[in-house]
Design a protein around this ligand. Structure first.
Ligand SMILES: C[S@@+](CC[C@H](N)C(=O)[O-])C[C@H]1O[C@@H](n2cnc3c(N)ncnc32)[C@H](O)[C@@H]1O
Length: 297
């Protein structure tokens, strides 16, 4: 009896002897997840099952592997495949100034308030976290936007932007800060000229911006490494997580934010369930939320 996972993620049991295929729901996927955890130390259980099913099916079809058993065997014989699978599950699509109106809202509605608070606070450092930053475009876009605002208004404040991602490879690309010309097209003209320099056929983020942005590998299922943040931007990441886990992650962001902190989620994401008690929605279109601080007893 062979276990099969079809390209659309459905499961079946296939008996080669009789040629009979029987419905096989979830069990085989559960086994695969347990196997990945035990043998490779990778916990995929926090991701949406449908998402993992699709991605495993994609890897199997790329590798021309027909059954889940054979895929398990392939994983064991090819140590790099587990990283490939992780990379496939954690989609890295991103771009500079993705959803331009969100960045406009940061510039108009969020930044002036942060700046005026910082000018009257002892820390004088703006602290931003791009959580699930992929190859760095979001973190650099935030840094460019804030640096432009500070320079344009002659404001002397320090800036720290933290970019984190679970993918080592994505973080390595982010740290280099070198992007193909077509990737840089999304940067508004004047900012492109000022904050990127040509490097052969590519473009490199200038050192003034790179100095403000620190990238590190971090899994959002672990406690936050940051505190007293002014803004957490976590867009198009939670959507891949299981519902219960999203609330845990939002709880960690809450703890990592300073009292006036804000979070920005992706356009198709929202604070839900028990996390609603922690955040007030202040811009529904751009999914911007303000931290609710409770001073109970
Ligand atoms: C679609 S990209 C989003 C990039 C960027 N935030 C944006 O909206 O353009 C999702 C990123 O989330 C990262 N990710 C997935 N699971 C993660 C986890 N458990 N911890 C940290 N990052 C994770 C992926 O590696 C991927 O780079």
């Amino acid at each position: 009896m062979k276990r099969a996972l079809t390209a659309d993620g459905a499961h079946s049991l296939y008996d080669a002897g009789s040629g009979v295929t029987m419905a096989f729901v979830q069990m085989s996927m559960g086994e695969l997840l347990a196997n990945l955890q035990t043998n490779f130390g990778k916990d995929f259980s926090n991701y949406r099952l449908s998402c993992i099913q699709r991605r495993v099916a994609l890897r199997m079809s790329t590798l021309k592997i027909a059954t889940l058993d054979d895929y398990m065997a392939y994983l064991t014989g090819n140590p790099k495949e587990i990283e490939q699978l992780l990379d496939t599950v954690t989609i890295h699509v991103t771009e500079f100034f993705r959803d331009a109106e969100v960045f406009d809202a940061v510039a108009k509605d969020i930044l002036p308030a942060i700046v005026s608070r910082k000018l009257h606070s002892p820390s004088r450092t703006i602290r931003v976290w791009s959580a699930g930053c992929s190859t760095g475009e979001e973190a650099y876009s935030l840094a460019i936007l804030i640096i432009r605002h500070l320079r344009a208004n002659g404001i002397e404040l320090a800036l720290e932007v933290y970019g984190t991602d679970v993918s080592k490879e994505a973080c390595a690309v982010a740290r280099e800060g070198i992007y193909a010309a077509r990737k840089v097209e999304g940067v508004p003209g004047e900012a492109r000229r000022k904050y990127f320099e040509a490097k052969g056929p590519d473009y490199r983020v200038v050192s003034e911006v790179q100095r403000c942005v620190k990238f590190s590998v971090h899994d959002l299922f672990l406690p936050s490494p940051f505190s007293l943040l002014d803004l957490v931007v976590c867009r198009n990441v939670l959507i891949h997580f299981d519902h219960a886990v999203r609330n845990d992650v939002l709880g960690r962001f809450h703890a990592a934010l300073g009292d006036h902190g804000m979070i920005i989620l992706g356009k198709s994401e929202a604070v839900m369930g028990s996390a609603l008690a922690r955040y007030e929605l202040i811009d529904p279109r751009n999914k911007i939320y303000k931290k609710i601080v409770r001073r109970d007893s």
